[in-house]
Design a protein around this ligand. Structure first.
Ligand code: FE2
Length: 190
């Protein structure tokens, strides 16, 4: 049995964030060419694309001691028609439990929100994708338990039900990286 974290987020201080965001922004049109009208989504980004576009982010991952475990990333975007639901990323936390999130653009008045939620159902949209066995939860009975400003660089707990919430209608993007093996042995400083 793995030990699922009791915390939802752990802030990481990043000194050169503004410069890093300029580098990361260049990834967006590569992955989401129609980003201006895209309704918002979770979309995988190849690690090598990030290494190509953002030396500062690549160096940050190195400084965190996670280069060898950084195996994929995703853009998590919201826009005026976003419908991202309350979910846990994968029902087996040993497969996916943690992410490292960095804001890219328009993350003010936007949050990652965690919930006490029930009645999980397996996502049937992409059931063939073994790494994306997302569980969706009942929205009407879910109760908010925590929220993190999306402007925060942080390790986040993906095993507690969560979703992005944005109070404006502009395109918002964060970069969320995933690690293998999972970070159960990592020293988050807690
Ligand atoms: Fe998630």
């Amino acid at each position: 049995m793995v030990q699922v974290p009791v915390w939802n987020w752990q802030k990481v201080a990043v000194e050169n964030l503004a410069e890093m965001q300029k580098e990361l922004w260049n990834i967006v049109p590569e992955v989401i060419p129609n980003w201006e009208t895209d309704p918002g989504q979770f979309i995988h980004v190849d690690v090598n694309l990030i290494k190509k576009f953002s030396p500062l982010y690549t160096n940050l991952i190195s400084n965190l001691g996670l280069t060898d475990r950084w195996h994929t990333s995703a853009l998590i975007t919201t826009n005026k028609d976003t419908t991202l639901r309350i979910h846990t990323d994968v029902y087996d936390p040993s497969e996916r439990c943690f992410a490292f999130n960095v804001p890219i653009v328009n993350c003010e008045d936007s949050y990652t929100v965690w919930f006490k939620a029930e009645n999980p159902v397996i996502n049937t949209i992409n059931p063939e994708d073994g790494k994306d066995k997302v569980l969706f939860y009942n929205e009407s009975t879910a109760v908010e338990i925590d929220r993190m400003p999306a402007t925060t660089c942080a390790f986040v707990n993906n095993h507690t039900p969560h979703r992005p919430e944005t109070g404006h209608s502009k395109f918002r993007a964060i970069l969320s990286s995933r690690f293998n093996p999972e970070l159960f042995d990592y020293n988050f400083g807690v």
